[in-house]
Design a protein around this ligand. Structure first.
Ligand SMILES: Nc1ncnc2c1ncn2[C@@H]1O[C@H](COP(=O)(O)OP(=O)(O)OP(=O)(O)O)[C@@H](O)[C@H]1O
Length: 342
């Protein structure tokens, strides 16, 4: 049984114009998140990612379909019942959302006081969490005295206070510089492996998915257009919309504007060849070109690493007899993905 399960979920909002059509934020989304996953939700702005989080977190009801957390259907629950569901879900935010008037220790203690934990257990839990996130020394500091990375570490400690099984991270590293982002991602990875917390990361940053996610769903226009293993989705997207999105976030695929520049700058036919962890022998690809008597120049490229597995794209300008180029492309296409710019 999945820990979080969405079945044919739709969420609409009233139109801002009187009598206008309702806004469809989420449309017919089905998704299963297993215990222990680090599940990335990625997509353009307005794709519906934040709305999806609010539905999982039971902050808003679905318009249609069902959301199940740990086997319990949450639609149609009373506010009181939902409160206990929410206690099992921690949340961290882009802007950290700490209480500026409370010190670090009291920020982390806050959800435990609300949940009615006894004083001695609160003390033990807060001390343990601050040690876990490496901020024991900062217990008496106020949020204003902390760096962005430290603030988010307090956010993580607070989100974990009530021992939730699920942590939702909504653009949790988008306000941080790249180095601090990596620091917070490493902490989230530890939250997953050491505490066994299932993490859902909403992001538009490829780095985040690349470093910690095991599964990913790509959203576009309120729908999940592709989902699965991170390496598979990014190295070999199955449909045109997800290919378009993926090509904007991974290295090595020239944009249409860059292709136009390449075509202008280089003589010959421009082709992009994809390489994926062992699926194509790179030497064999180049041999096909050489054996066909075709000259080539490497004009663009990049290699991506997803948790130790590599894939990439090389763009070449091919020069020679047209029939020879056609036959080389056809032979390369037998072992890997190749596209020609026309
Ligand atoms: N409370 C609301 N009332 C009306 N429309 C909403 C509401 N919340 C979201 N929407 C609309 O639903 C769509 C999806 O929005 P959502 O914020 O979920 O996207 P997102 O992928 O999280 O985007 P971003 O990355 O910009 O936050 C958008 O068209 C948005 O305008």
């Amino acid at each position: 049984m999945s820990l979080v399960s969405l079945r044919n979920v739709t969420k609409t909002y009233p139109s801002p114009d009187k009598g206008g059509e309702r806004i469809v934020a989420i449309e017919d989304v089905s998704l299963d998140i297993e215990a222990g996953d680090v599940y990335g939700i990625i997509g353009y702005s307005g794709a519906g990612k934040s709305t999806l989080v609010r539905l999982i977190n039971a902050l808003e009801p679905v318009s249609d379909g069902s959301v199940t957390i740990d086997g319990e259907e949450i639609s149609g629950r009373t506010e009181r019942e939902l409160r206990s569901v929410r206690l099992g879900i921690g949340m961290i935010f882009q802007q950290f959302n700490l209480f500026n008037a409370k010190n670090v220790w009291n920020n982390v203690a806050y959800p435990l006081r609300v949940a009615g934990w006894p004083k001695d257990r609160i003390t033990a839990r807060v001390d343990e969490l601050l040690a876990f996130v490496g901020l024991s020394e900062k217990a008496r500091s106020y949020p204003d005295q902390l760096s962005g990375g430290q603030k988010q570490r307090v956010g993580v400690a607070r989100a974990l206070a009530t021992e939730p099984r699920i942590l939702l991270a909504d653009e949790a590293t988008s306000a941080l510089d790249p180095e601090t982002t990596q620091e917070v991602l490493a902490l989230l990875k530890r939250v997953n492996t050491e505490f066994g917390v299932t993490i859902v990361v909403i992001t538009h940053e490829m780095d985040v998915i690349q470093s910690i996610a095991t599964k990913v769903a790509v959203m576009d226009g309120g729908r999940v257009i592709e989902k699965g293993d991170v390496f598979d989705v990014f190295s070999n997207p199955q449909n045109a919309s997800s290919r378009r999105f993926v090509s904007t976030v991974i290295k090595g695929i020239p944009s249409p504007a860059e292709l136009a520049v390449l075509q202008e700058r280089h003589i010959g036919r421009i082709v992009t060849i994809s390489f994926r962890d062992g699926n194509a022998d790179q030497a064999a690809v180049f041999l096909e070109i050489v054996n066909a008597g075709v000259a080539f120049e490497l004009v663009y490229g990049g290699i991506n690493d997803i948790q130790g597995r590599a894939f990439g794209h090389l763009t070449l300008a091919l020069r020679g007899d047209d029939a020879a180029i056609d036959s080389a492309i056809a032979r390369i296409a037998e072992s890997t993905h190749v596209t020609e710019v026309r």
